[in-house]
Every structure is written in structure tokens, then in C-alpha cells.
Design a protein around this ligand. Structure first.
Ligand code: 5AD
Ligand code: FES
Length: 351
């Protein structure tokens, strides 16, 4: 699809026409990545952050956040749980936390790799080339870093630089690729000042960056952020809404543009529709979910946006919930690591 075709779908409001889009996306998903839904166990191990992203509740100036950093032993308890639950991957996520050192992280990665067969995905923000190299050498397999929007002016507005270093996530994504990581990125939908045109460009960027993993979710205003306090111009016919349907359109178009990618049905989407958001994401292009393994006493403090789904649940609750949701739509839980199929032009194996 080209830019104008993408734009037409993004602006489509006829529900019967949209059924065609859902159908195309679901078919592309089935043909390229199969019926397995891969489970990635999410461990939000630190909510310290040095940055001032205008949308995120964990930004450094937010005094209202109770900060925590889990010990290595606490993280390992979650990691073992992931293995027991049959997950193939753990995702280690934190704010951009420089109290978490290069060596500490490398030790943790080596420990996970020596004690379990799990794939390790990192989601730690804009770290230095040196850090990314050390962690890859320690055995990390994948890295997630959303570019959030392809509009350079909007990007700069919501990502203040840190210590004179210009925020350039695209160049970091290219480094990650060179270092041999599987690379993941994505965007938020409905950021104030974003346009339909920007979303179409986002989709073309996903394809051009040849991403292995692509996460898209609604922007959800957080009252303790610069952007959350901003009045949104709802009158503009250029501004896409941050509603459920807009997210499904982006999930579906992402699948069509990048048929081999691993695409999660995100927690932010589940937050918009607790009843069936996850399922509808999976039925309209997604093939991954990320059950939360963070201990309940910490997860309440990982509030990147308010009213986050799963905030009061335990790892076991989320595990059971995801399994039931996957089976309820006639899909199956994936086994194995669920590695990227992007480079493999083969019929999918039975995982
Ligand atoms: N609303 C929705 N998503 C958010 N993220 C951060 N803040 C918000 C928010 N207010 C997303 C960003 C980030 C990911 C970890 O969480 O896309 O990359
Ligand atoms: Fe966490 Fe459903 S996945 S409660």
C-alpha cells in the first residue's frame, strides 16, 4: 500500500468497509505467522527515569512517583516464573535508569541465559552504543525502542534532549540492527498535534526499517505530564482520535505492511477496552501478548499512563487471563521462543 491508500483506510469510518480491512489483516497474520500467540513475560524492574518525555508518567520531574528498582534476585524470581508458565521470552523493561549500570545489566542477562533457555528482550530506553554492545555480548536477543512518531517536529517537542545529547531513536534502531539484535519499535496513536498523514508515514517507516517487532497503542493522557495538561484541539480534522477503532486500524495496517513482524496486542489497547481489547487486537493483526510478571507491590508504581490494565493483578492472574483469552478466539498459545520470521521465507513450524 502507498501513502494515499494507507491514508484512505486510516480515515475510513464505514464499519462494513472496515470489516474488509480486519479480514485482510487476519488473513495476512494467519499466512505469515500462523495461529500461535507468543507470550512475552514483562518484568518492569525499575521505574527510575532520567528523561522528560512529555507523555510519560515516569518522567524525572514527577515527584508523585514512588521509585523502585528490583534486586537481581527479585528479577530472577520473575524470570523463573516465566519459564514455569511456559513463556519463551522475558522482556526486561525500565525507565532510562542510569542507576542500573552497564555491568549490573550484563550480569543479569548472563544469569538468565545460563539458568534458563529464555530469549531476553530489553526495553531500557536510549542507552549508549557501549551499553547496547555490552548487553548484546552478554546474550540479549532483542531490543524494543519505539520511535513514537515519524513527524520530526512533534518528535522533538515530546522528547527533550538529555545532557546535550540529541534524541535520535532512528539512529539507535540502526545500531541495534548492526549489533545483531532483533529490533522492535512502534508508535503511539492520537498524540496531540499528530495527523493522519503522520500515521501513514509511521506505517511506511515500519516497513522501511524492516522491524522484527512492532508495537502500536493509544496515547493515554497522564495528568502529571506536560502533554497530559495540554488542551487537545478536537476540532482539527487532521488529528486522529486516540480511540479503539483507530488502534485497530493501525494494528491491521501494520500487519499488512509488515506481514512477518511480531505484533503485540498491547496493554494500552486493553486499557481502552478491558472486556475484549486484547482479543480484537489479536483478531485484527496481532500475534503476541505480554503478560505482566512484575510483582504486585511494584507494578502499581509503574504508571506510565493512568488506569493501566492489569495493575492490581498478580503474575498468575495475568497468565491465566491471557491463556483463556487466546483460547476463546480459537487461537493457541505459542511454544518456543517465537523468534522473528522476517528473514525466514519458510512455512511456519508448529510453534
Ligand atoms: N500513553 C500511552 N502509551 C505510553 N507510553 C508511554 N507513555 C504513554 C502514555 N501516556 C508508551 C510509549 C513507550 C512505551 C513503553 O509506553 O510508547 O515507548
Ligand atoms: Fe493481566 Fe488479563 S492479562 S489481568
Amino acid at each position: 500500500m502507498n501513502h494515499s491508500e494507507l491514508l484512505a483506510w486510516l480515515r475510513e469510518t464505514d464499519d462494513d468497509r472496515l470489516e474488509i480491512l480486519w479480514g485482510k489483516a487476519d488473513q495476512a497474520r494467519r499466512e505469515h505467522v500462523g495461529d500461535a500467540v507468543h507470550l512475552r513475560g514483562l518484568i518492569e524492574f525499575s521505574n527510575y527515569c532520567a528523561r522528560r518525555c512529555a507523555y510519560c508518567g515516569l518522567h524525572v520531574d514527577n515527584q508523585g512517583v514512588t521509585r523502585y528498582r528490583m534486586s537481581m534476585d527479585e528479577v530472577m524470581v520473575c524470570v523463573r516464573l516465566a519459564h514455569e508458565f511456559g513463556y519463551g521470552t522475558v522482556v526486561l523493561q525500565s525507565g532510562e535508569d542510569y542507576g542500573m549500570t552497564t555491568d549490573w545489566m550484563a550480569d543479569l542477562i548472563r544469569r538468565i541465559k545460563s539458568e534458563t533457555p529464555l530469549a531476553v528482550t530489553l526495553s531500557l530506553g536510549e542507552r549508549s552504543h557501549e551499553d547496547l554492545t555490552a548487553w548484546r555480548e552478554a546474550g540479549a536477543d532483542r531490543y524494543l525502542l519505539r520511535f513514537e512518531t515519524s513527524n520530526p517536529d512533534l518528535y522533538r517537542k515530546i522528547h527533550p534532549d538529555l545532557g546535550g545529547r540529541i534524541s535520535d531513536r532512528i539512529s539507535i534502531l540502526n545500531c541495534l540492527r548492526e549489533l545483531g539484535y532483533e529490533v522492535g519499535s512502534g508508535v503511539m496513536i492520537g498524540i496531540p498535534g499528530q495527523t493522519y498523514d503522520d500515521l501513514a508515514t509511521d506505517l511506511l517507516c515500519f516497513r522501511d526499517l524492516e522491524l522484527d517487532m512492532i508495537g502500536v497503542g493509544p496515547y493515554i493522557p497522564h495528568p502529571d505530564t506536560v502533554l497530559g495538561r495540554q488542551v487537545i484541539d478536537t476540532e482539527s480534522d487532521q488529528q486522529p482520535p486516540r480511540d479503539e477503532r483507530m488502534v485497530y486500524k493501525m494494528v491491521a495496517l501494520t500487519r499488512i505492511m509488515c506481514p512477518w513482524a511480531n505484533i503485540p496486542s498491547t496493554t494500552a489497547l486493553a486499557t481502552l477496552n478491558l472486556v475484549e481489547g486484547r482479543e480484537l487486537g489479536l483478531m485484527r493483526g496481532a500475534n503476541v501478548v505480554m503478560p505482566n510478571l512484575t510483582p504486585p507491590e511494584y507494578r502499581v508504581f509503574y504508571e506510565i499512563y493512568p488506569s493501566k490494565a492489569c495493575i492490581r493483578e498478580t503474575a498468575k492472574d495475568c497468565h491465566g487471563c491471557m491463556g483463556r483469552r487466546i483460547e476463546s478466539i480459537g487461537r493457541r498459545v505459542g511454544t518456543g521462543r517465537g523468534d522473528s520470521r522476517r528473514m525466514k521465507n519458510t512455512v511456519f513450524a508448529q510453534d
